[in-house]
Design a protein around this ligand. Sequence first.
Ligand SMILES: *Cc1c(COP(=O)(O)O)cnc(C)c1O
Length: 462
Amino acid sequence: MTTQKSFEPTRFFSTNRAAPVCGLREALLKGQAPDRGLYMPETFHPLAQEELAALKDRSYPEVAHALLRRFTAGVLDDDRLLALCRDAYNFDVPLEKVTARRYVMRLDRGPTASFKDFAARMMARWMGALMAQDGGELVILTATSGDTGSAVAHAYYRVPGVKVVVLFPTDEVSNRQRKQMTTLGENITTVAVDGKFDDCQAMVKRAFADGELAGIQLSSANSINVGRLLPQAVYYAYAWLKLADLGKREPVVFSVPSGNFGDMMGAVFARKMGVPIERLVIATNANDEVPQFLATGTYRKIEPSRVCISNAMNVGHPSNLARLVEVYGGQMDEKGELKKPADMEAMRRDLYAVSIDDAETRSTIRNAWQEHQLLLEPHGAVGWAGLTRYLAVVAPTPEPLCVSVETAHPAKFPDEIKALVGIDPPLPKSLEGIEQKTESYERMKVDYETLKVLLKQRFLRH
Ligand SMILES: *Cc1c(COP(=O)(O)O)cnc(C)c1O
């Protein structure tokens, strides 16, 4: 390998600005800053145009390595990071051409067929590598109402030095969701709780606050961890490298279906690293608090959040909004209160926010199939509809290079797809054969003492 530029260790600060600055290791293991803010890197190490262009023909793991090594410097060595990238990204990242200038990037080929695999798999390996360095053991304890648990379980599956315990409500997860978690085994323990999701969540919170469990290094694999955002910048850079005319530094428009705005923050990070993103279309479902914020400058969360068919985006107060506000010079606390206004003009120049309701989501799935043989599921359809709206309203000429993000596999929504386009989407390899696998899981009542005994017996070392 040619000698590569080396970097100073990146430091991370809290969006609430009341916690000490720390390194990647601490930011990863803590998740949330002690002042309840979100960690942000002090620098994005922007790449010069030639540095980016040199990555044009590289594989996905190699692009990931080139970008992420800037943030892991001083924490992980370079060869180790490359090995982790190859191990994490052992699946395709299709860029499907739809019209001359419009593409769909499918982020649904990982083990749980959602884009969350990209971030969860990298963060899991980072945490495993940290444990390997000091011979420690990390226990990820999490409660799930469905898909998050399986994404976490698959991401950490067989990662040395990390064990996972997932609590789920017996009657609130579907058969397939349960099987995605309970057929793994090895370092993954699943516990069916005879109660509701909120009961599982409450027991998890109690465990984190329990001094008697202090001998176990517990972590939550939280979705607000900065370790999930950094890997999400990579696919935006990758799409641009593969599709744009790099000699002309051709800019690109991305459309991102958004709920908690983690995926979208990945694109904001990519822009900070030097990818020329002309406009970022942020497409929400009927939970339109962010499009309203951009339009009016006033932020109002939606409580309770609105129920839509793109169910992973039913979020009335996005956890990553404070990060976006920070990038534009403002400050927002964890409750959604603006402590300092953001530069709304700059935000409107860079972002185009649009809300798509269920009726339009469904007609988009139908039309995309009829007009382009483009198969979308509800989340990706929100993104595609957002892009279509942007191009119609803003009408940039000539039409820019556009990439709309598909965040889940259509086979995860068989009933909706069958009703709208009349076909049964074929199961991706990762979801095949799950019916036949043997399940194994613990079962308990809503009783914190039972959970505590299980955790102590399995993980407490003296
Ligand atoms: C989580 C999720 C989203 C929303 O991503 P955010 O980062 O929360 O904005 C969109 N689509 C699918 C399929 C998801 O699972």
